[in-house]
Design a protein. Structure first.
Lengths: 75, 417
């Protein structure tokens, strides 16, 4: 099970890189995806960049233990 | 939670801005001294880089029993492979894969935690928390309003000032895509924050106090979530959560590295060697991406004390240094070079002074971070009012024809005053 999950994950990521390689030949394409990145890709890129592992491990442990449920008041 | 839409709405000139310079054109096009800005703040970026990987060590070592050195190197290599080959588009597509893993991971984590004997379902969980301390279930918990408000400003407004977040707006296809993207990103953010904080809030039912790290003998809050995962989830769930931690980490790292490499290749190298060909520039970016990943893996493993302490303030410092110049640079033709520089330096110095000279209590650092973002928003317009305007030609190039006449009128008013 562990092996299947990991292989699938790593394989998908590597495929993404190779798949996009031929469309990353200029600075504009490499750095900004040719400025043609759609809403779904942009939204996930934004969201996943924002949340690092710290939110699950560090903040969920430290902040929530101290602050209780209060962050929900502001969501 | 700040949706990504606001900073982008109702204007198209950021597109034009981009055509003149790189992502750092916010402060840079105002300051007129391309490159220095991106390079000067790079050091803080390195600390943010560590923040990318930070947090993965304990789950990998304790839960999954893999030596952290190997895991960190493998993670860096994997990130480097898709980033160096495919650039931002590959990063965005992998982000969808990683984001999906994160959503499923959070769902599985919540399902098993809420169903665990310690919690025993949602209603019972709340009742047990209230029995420990009724303040824990109130909207504003024990520390009060100021730290909470600071944390909210830091985490929401901060996204407008962080270059790796702003880069997404330069890359998006068109203005019409912003709205659906805002909705998707907001839903994603709600799922992840709710999951993380919900889990965090319920940890009180698993631990009376912060567990002690057997390796160091001192309490370590980073052990809480890994220990709960290990005790309450089946093997496949634990594997999914390992992928969640890796996903969260790699996606942040890839974006940080891409923007860092652009700061050196597009701002610094291009101004030093203006005659580089397109092929050479892309090659430089690729090499720099690989180097920055190597650097962040090395720094995370070596853990120099200075990096660890800078990490606590890096988010607020970077966002504070860039927020005011970005916002005013995009929306206000009256912003001046000196105004942008002084505002940026103000944002940079507030957390540093708070952390190293006043030696502020760590609990107050989010407050210093949000001050670092808010104060420059006042500094920039004030300084801009009394300093030399940018040449009209430059403004026309950036904001389009017709803006200069308005500016000239404004200038006259200012001069008369």
């Amino acid at each position: 099970m562990k092996g299947i999950f990991l292989t699938l994950f790593v394989g998908l990521l590597l495929f993404c890189g190779l798949y996009c390689m031929r469309r990353a030949k200029t600075v504009n394409e490499f750095f900004l995806g040719g400025r043609t990145v759609g809403p779904w890709l942009s939204a996930f890129a934004f969201g996943t960049t924002y949340f690092s592992a710290v939110i699950f491990i560090g903040y969920a442990g430290k902040w929530a233990l101290a602050l209780g449920f209060q962050p929900f008041g502001l969501l | 939670m700040a949706g990504p839409g606001q900073a982008h709405q109702g204007n198209d000139h950021q597109t034009k801005c981009y055509d003149h310079a790189s992502i750092f054109s916010g402060p840079v096009s105002i300051s007129g001294s391309k490159g220095v800005c991106g390079h000067g703040y790079l050091y803080f970026y390195d600390t943010l880089l560590c923040l990318g990987i930070h947090g993965t060590e304990l789950p990998i070592e304790r839960v999954f029993d893999i030596p952290y050195t190997y895991a960190a190197i493998a993670m860096g290599l994997l990130t480097a492979m898709y980033l160096v080959t495919g650039g931002y588009r590959a990063v965005a597509i992998t982000d969808v894969v990683q984001g999906t893993v994160m959503i499923f991971g959070v769902g599985v984590l919540l399902y098993y935690i809420v169903g665990s004997p310690q919690v025993g379902g949602l209603a019972s969980g709340f009742a047990k928390l209230a029995a420990i301390d009724h303040k824990l279930v109130e909207p504003v918990g024990p520390p009060g309003w100021l730290p909470l408000a600071s944390l909210v400003i830091l985490t929401s407004l901060g996204t407008w000032g962080l270059p790796q977040m702003v880069q997404k707006f330069y890359a998006i296809k068109d203005e019409a895509s912003i709205k659906p993207a805002t909705i998707v990103a907001t839903v994603f953010a709600l799922v992840i924050t709710t999951g993380a904080y919900f889990t965090g809030s319920l940890t009180r039912l698993f631990f009376d106090k912060v567990p002690v790290d057997p390796a160091t003998g001192s309490p370590n809050p980073d052990l809480i979530i890994p220990q709960i995962m290990m005790n309450n989830l089946p093997e496949w769930g634990v594997t999914l959560l390992l992928l969640l931690v890796l996903s969260a980490s790699m996606s942040t790292l890839a974006s940080l590295v891409l923007v860092s490499s652009s700061a050196v290749s597009m701002d610094l190298l291009q101004s030093l060697f203006p005659k580089l060909t397109e092929r050479q520039k892309v090659a430089h970016m690729r090499i720099l991406c690989a180097l920055f990943i190597a650097l962040s893996v090395a720094l995370t493993m070596a853990k120099p004390a200075i990096i660890l302490s800078l990490m606590a303030i890096s988010w607020g410092t970077v966002a504070g240094a860039f927020l005011a110049p970005y916002l005013f640079g995009l929306f206000w033709p009256g912003a001046t070079a000196k105004g942008a520089w002084i505002a940026s330096l103000t944002g940079l110095s507030i957390p540093l002074i708070a952390a190293y000279f006043i030696k502020l209590d760590p609990g107050m650092l989010p407050t210093a971070g949000s001050a670092a973002m808010l104060v420059p928003l006042l500094v920039l317009p004030v300084i801009s009012m009394v300093t030399e305007k940018l040449p009209g030609k430059h403004l026309e190039q950036i904001f389009g024809i017709g803006t200069t006449s308005k500016i000239l009128v404004k200038n006259k008013k200012v001069e008369q005053v």
